[in-house]
Write a protein of this length. Structure first.
Length: 287
């Protein structure tokens, strides 16, 4: 089966899910559930990529088949789908609860009043789901019989995923705890600069890029089989590269840095923090 036809049903489901959510929430100018809907999109798209052959046979071809048990898939497929699911569920719940508590997402204060522009962001979320999830979808499109057994590279990839997941979760927890303490008047710090936030100004995003690098690395052994053309591994590498580009250059770091510069323009401690703590990688530059 050609590479594109293997991915097409998955891509269609990603855009269909976000189009449905856009139809639901854009007319209401509702942005609190944007990240939660993204999480649902991730989970449903990953599930479809795994079960599509069986679903097609049962509901399209009308064959008397039942959905296979999860244990019938290759270990690498199970691990990749589980990694995506765990990451998506945790991040989606965390971001959604934060937006609901705040009464909205500040990113969309102006955008949500412009239906066309707001719809664009829902479609952008579908693009994010499609491109960043490529390693998982490509591996899930293969039959169990062609997957090589797990090896050293896979265990290293799992370690990278797990450590990066922990980095992102701990960074989010530290910032949430810092905010709660500030709300309780337990400190008067203008910005967080402790814990992981003392070695990177955006440690949660560093963890995010590490997560997708680990997922990509876990996929590579299967993508190097004869079932795919030579460029499949490079195609899947769009996942961590696109995640890094979005976070570092577009919707992650830049708006937060601009916001910090505006809010703390005259704050000496913030200027010192910016000049001494790397902007992204703990070993990287401050700008």
């Amino acid at each position: 089966m050609p590479l594109f036809s293997r991915l097409l049903p998955t891509f269609i489901s990603a855009y269909a899910a976000q189009a449905f959510f856009a139809l639901l929430w854009v007319p209401q100018q509702e942005d609190r559930f944007y990240d939660l809907c993204g999480s649902i999109g991730w989970l449903s798209t990953a599930a479809l990529s795994l079960y599509y052959p069986s679903l097609k046979a049962k509901f399209w071809d009308g064959l008397p088949v039942s959905l296979p048990a999860i244990t019938s898939f290759a270990p690498r497929q199970i691990l990749l789908t589980a990694a995506l699911g765990i990451w998506s569920a945790r991040l989606g719940v965390y971001l959604a609860s934060r937006a609901i508590k705040a009464g909205g997402d500040s990113r969309f204060d102006v955008i949500k009043t412009q239906p066309g522009r707001f719809t664009y962001f829902w479609m952008a979320q579908a693009t994010w789901v499609s491109l960043v999830g490529l390693p998982v979808y490509l591996v899930n499109a293969l039959p169990k019989s062609v997957h090589p057994p797990l090896g050293t590279r896979d265990y290293f990839a799992l370690g990278l995923f797990a450590s990066s997941f922990l980095l992102e979760a701990v960074a989010d927890y530290q910032k949430a705890s810092w905010r709660r303490a500030k709300d309780r008047k337990q400190h008067d710090e203008a910005f967080i600069s402790s814990g992981l936030w003392s070695i990177s100004r955006h440690p949660n995003y560093v963890g995010e890029v590490g997560i997708w690098t680990g997922i990509w690395a876990l996929s590579t052994t299967s993508l190097q089989t004869a079932a795919y053309p030579t460029g499949a591994v490079a195609l899947a590498a769009l996942s961590p590269l696109f995640a890094w580009f979005l976070l570092r250059k577009v919707s992650g770091v830049p708006p937060l840095e601009r916001q910090g510069n505006q809010r703390f323009a005259n704050n000496v401690k913030y200027q010192q923090y910016k000049n001494t703590v790397p902007i992204f990688w703990p070993w990287g530059p401050t700008n």
